[in-house]
Design a protein around this ligand. Sequence first.
Ligand SMILES: Cc1ncc(C[n+]2csc(CCOP(=O)(O)OP(=O)(O)O)c2C)c(N)n1
Ligand code: SF4
Ligand SMILES: [Mg+2]
Length: 299
Amino acid sequence: MAHKFFPKEEFLLKGHAACPGCGAALVLRHVLKALGARTILVIPASCSSVIAGPFPKSSYSVPVLHIAFAASAAAASGIVEALDKLGEKTFNVVVWAGDGGTADIGIQALSGAAERGHDIIYICYDNEAYMNTGIQKSGLTPYKAWTTTTPRGNPSFKKDMPGIMVSHRIPYVATISPAYPNDIVSKIRKAAKIRGLKYIHAHIPCPPGWRFDSSLTVRIARLAVLSGVWILYEYENGVFRLTGPSRKLVDKSKRKPIGEYLKLQGRFRHLSERDVEELQKLVDERWEAIRKDIMGENA
Ligand SMILES: Cc1ncc(C[n+]2csc(CCOP(=O)(O)OP(=O)(O)O)c2C)c(N)n1
Ligand code: SF4
Ligand SMILES: [Mg+2]
């Protein structure tokens, strides 16, 4: 059964140009395995434009439209309409966009495509900064994290991008992590069966941008989930469900202290004990809100 769940065929080919330990390459590999060859990728300017390698070669073995930074969801809408006119119903149209390309410059195109209900799987791969251009802060950089444009730590809070998409009342919103490939494949396959715009938000540890050794990517991704910093969940038709290891973490005693996640990353090296306590409190408050939702106490 395992080989059917993870097909042997590779769609992210050897020799791609990602850094060693790149979380984006890990997640995209599983996304493409889940969807198969009849997939069209739309990729705005980002690390993933570079990972493809120099034209005319490509490390992606599916068709790719490389598109301007702000335009991916609009371009994907156009592809969906064109396929419809051709009577072609067997392709998955997938946007694969960074956090900058999603939460900042691409958000208007994404919001419009969600409103129209175009049949797109939109995946934000969130490495929490503009990595391709030199680690600048984005709207999804965590509070207090170092970037080259926030040398003393980010003073603003990370936008709740999946929450913004839930408020569009789209049929499916989910989060994924490179540490849990089964969860990636099952959510992507579920999304492919649902009509309308589906939004998936991927946690993407990035060794050069987060300042950690490239051997630690999966360990850091797992610690993010087990400490409750990155929560695995899905909203199906507006109904919330925790998935994978996150199901057991509503009870605070089951969660690892977030210091274990933070201390492996140079981008948090400047934090004082008080900073870490403040970040821990924010994580605990988020989980308390989830607990109340699940128990119906917020109704
Ligand atoms: C309109 C426009 N502004 C700026 C750029 C330069 N640019 C190219 S990629 C990039 C960073 C993208 O960040 P993100 O979407 O988070 O993807 P990542 O590089 O982190 O994978 C920027 C600023 C551009 N290509 N187009
Ligand atoms: S900078 Fe980060 S996201 Fe970009 S290719 Fe390297 S590891 Fe991947
Ligand atoms: Mg980014």
